[in-house]
Design a binder for this molecule. Sequence first.
Ligand code: ARG
Length: 466
Amino acid sequence: MAHLWSGRFAGEPDADLFAFGSSFRFDRRLFEDDVTGSRAWVRALARAGVLTADDAVALDAALAALAADAHTPGFLDGDDEDVHAFVERKLVERVGEAGKRLHTGRSRNEQVALDLRLYLRRRLPRLRAALVGLIDACRAQAVAAGETLMPAYTHLRRAQPILVAHYWLAHAAALRRDAERLAAVGDDLDALPSGSGAVAGCAYAIDVDALARDLGFSRVVANSLDATSDRDFVATFLFAVALTAVHLSRLGEDIIVFGSEEFGFFELDDRAATGSSLMPQKKNPDPVELVRGKSGRLIGHLAAWLTTLKGLPSGYNKDLQEDKEAVFDAEDTLAGSLAAMTIVVSTLSVRGAVTTRAAGGFMLATDVADFLVARGVPFREAHEVVGTMVRVLGESGRGFEDLAPGEWRAFHPLFDESVAGAVTARQSVEARQTPQSTRPSAVAAALDELTGWLANQSETSGRQRG
Ligand code: ARG
């Protein structure tokens, strides 16, 4: 039990309570960031004249050597309370007396806030790159679909024909918002908390602006009391993760439903499905179900974290230590889900013959009504006429395609010979006029735009992706 407060206490802490309060078993993940922050703090102390140049050089060299040691198996081990205590212990072991000067003017309260900001800043691009990979898989599906048709649903009832490409671009659109949202977490965390001390600020003349520049922050926090307990950036991150997981879950639900025997639109690749130990015919979408399931856990992290925050009095409270396991698990779980979905989507096949066949029938009712509107009939009246047609035809098991020209006219005199050729799924998508619509030329333009966006991503984050 290595602890940092022996002077004030005559006795030792209870071993079980010490273990209960310790965070080293999970916050060792912040080791690299703790060293980064500490090296910058050494420079800041030296600039303020608090450390001699010799001490600063010795401390910096020792911290650099510790960072290099991190790769040695078993190095990140110990019964330390947390990663900050671990680094300090190792430092003192290495340089003796000078190591004991590192913590001058600094508190673990600001240190942990700094470390977590540095950690997330370094890890966000990986998650974002994984998200971009999935968006790219959606783009590839859109390309492969060409101008194949499928039904779009509202209320899970057939609504109107769309291009299969339009469907994939819809998921890509949601995932792109997630990518931007993840990037925005970087703005939230972009403030240096150092110089806040334990709560009231630092008693040494630290040049916090220089320290912020040194660590790559664009600003310094506004208030030390707020800063030592501000974990808004954690909430922002957990929200961005939870909403991404919700989008993955909805995509997963589509894949599960559209892949069922009842729909038969999608076929999972053998690599992306599982069999049953009992029923020989089964091909189950287990990986996708698990992604859908994990969204519950990720929403849970956000709800749990907001709940932890809401009752805290001002200033640092130990409750805040709960931030780390939430962040780490959210990161790992989302990364796993994104990797799984990318494999599923990029290996999935769409049964174009089935989706095309499903994209006709009464789904064209709006187009039949629009045919009358184009001939001067008010839309409300046309809606009524076509509604009657659907009811009457439905009763005898027939469809629009079964009607002879005379039968069309019986429903409304303005139906002429051109109606049968005008009312097709193809004409329906061609009839859309707006840029966000499923009109094939609009979809092609949207696909181009997405391709351009993706090319831009690999340029800006090529480092992380490679
Ligand atoms: N392990 C602690 C945490 O994660 C570091 C800060 C501890 N500060 C304190 N006064 N107990 O929040």
